[in-house]
Design a protein around this ligand. Structure first.
Ligand code: ADP
Length: 383
């Protein structure tokens, strides 16, 4: 072979080798591109999963969440925010923060966080929306955007108000008998002790007042146990007549002392009902006690029980003065007394205890009454 042929063959061999290298490199690059593509795909999937998760958490949150950009525009608002600020349908996204919050104190908190670049927080009353909220504005570390969180504290505040109202009611109720006790003790100390007849009267009065305080604290303890759920019901199948008879037996001396007629009607064929015997007797005693207390001598008190559509219904009827329509919806509230002079010895807690006992049995209590027509109290419990 001459040298020209040799050169040609060498060139061809080199070209073949080079093409092979090129193909290999191309294949490698292709594999790298595919791998990178797969990695990006996986990252994108993770990101969109995280995004969906975050969106689900935000939309289920009961706190309102708003995200604002550096121009002061809402870029995101969760469902709670749209509902709280009155835009459940169209949504707040796209509006200015001021137009979304629509309350100068709320807007000020967001503005302060923008100016200072630091988190700001405040509690704000929104009387028109009947809400009490806590707003927190957290500025974005980079730009001037912000995360605005609004928590609805209305329920917590209501509970707080109920509690402080309760403490003030209780102190007020205690003050009256305690003031009497103090006055009676002072009168005795100042010389009434020497007058035996007067001293006896004062002492009897003192005992009555101490009894009232004692009853009130006992009622209060009972109510606290019922409300906290610490009072466990010991339910067992019971004849509906049993608590009725137990309550009557315990209060019979007071019926006689009050010069009242008492009727107890209990049919024999009633089914057993699953109740806590002590609590139910207590509830019926409270109703009977009121009937006795409010009915003048010569009046009549009737206790009965019947089966009404799968429910056992106890009834306490009296021929007393009745209750005004304005008072009727309130008598089951704590410390509610219609006529403070007449029910002076009561704590105003008796009926709220009855209501708790009825509700803890899945039942209810209510009253029908009109002035001069007597009253009927119903206590109903499902079988
Ligand atoms: P109290 O200890 O003052 O009796 P209750 O909670 O038992 O408290 O009753 C609340 C109020 O409801 C009473 O102060 C009274 O004004 C009214 N009331 C309850 N039962 C009767 C009744 N049988 N007749 C007339 N008023 C009643």
């Amino acid at each position: 072979m001459d040298w020209l042929t040799f050169l040609l063959a060498a060139c061809l061999a080199f070209l073949g080798w080079y093409a092979l290298r090129l193909r290999q490199r191309l294949a490698q690059q292709q594999a790298t591109v595919q791998r990178t593509e797969r990695e990006w795909q996986a990252r994108l999937e993770t990101l969109s999963l995280e995004r969906a998760r975050l969106a689900a958490v935000l939309s289920r949150m009961t706190d309102a969440v708003l995200v604002a950009d550096e121009a002061g525009r809402v870029t995101y608002a969760n469902r709670a925010a749209n509902e709280l600020f009155g835009e459940p349908a169209s949504g707040l996204a796209g509006r200015s923060v001021s137009a979304a919050l629509r309350h100068h104190q709320l807007i000020q908190v967001w503005q302060r966080s923008r100016e200072t670049g630091r988190p700001q927080q405040d509690t704000v009353d929104l009387p028109r929306r009947r809400r009490f909220v806590q707003i927190t504005a957290l500025p974005d570390a980079g730009g001037e955007g912000a995360l605005i969180l609004v928590q609805d504290l209305t329920r917590l505040r209501r509970l707080e108000q109920v509690r402080s109202q309760f403490v003030s009611d209780f102190s007020h109720e205690l003050r009256t008998p305690l003031a009497s006790i103090k006055a009676l003790a002072e009168t005795l100390a100042e010389g009434a002790l020497e007058d035996v007849a007067a001293a006896r009267r004062f002492l009897e009065h003192l005992v009555r007042e101490v009894d009232a305080v004692d009853r009130m604290t006992q009622d209060l303890l009972m109510l606290a146990r019922l409300e906290s759920g610490r009072e466990r019901l010991q339910r067992r199948p019971l004849s509906p007549c049993e608590p009725l008879r137990a309550a009557t037996a315990r209060l019979l001396p007071q019926v006689t002392r009050g010069g009242l007629q008492l009727d107890v009607r209990c049919p024999a064929n009633l089914p057993l009902v699953s109740v806590d015997a002590d609590s139910l007797t207590r509830a019926l005693m409270n109703l009977l006690h009121n009937a006795i207390k409010f009915t003048p001598p010569g009046g009549r008190v009737t206790l009965s029980v019947s089966l009404v559509a799968n429910r056992i219904r106890w009834q306490v009827r009296d021929t007393g003065p009745g209750i005004l329509p304005d008072d009727l919806p309130h008598i089951f509230e704590r410390f509610y007394k219609v006529d403070r002079a007449r029910s002076g010895s009561g704590s105003g807690l008796g009926l709220s205890i009855v209501r708790h006992i009825a509700e803890s049995h899945g039942g209810r209590v209510w009253a029908e009454s009109a002035p001069g027509q007597g009253s009927v109290f119903y206590l109903e419990v499902p079988l």
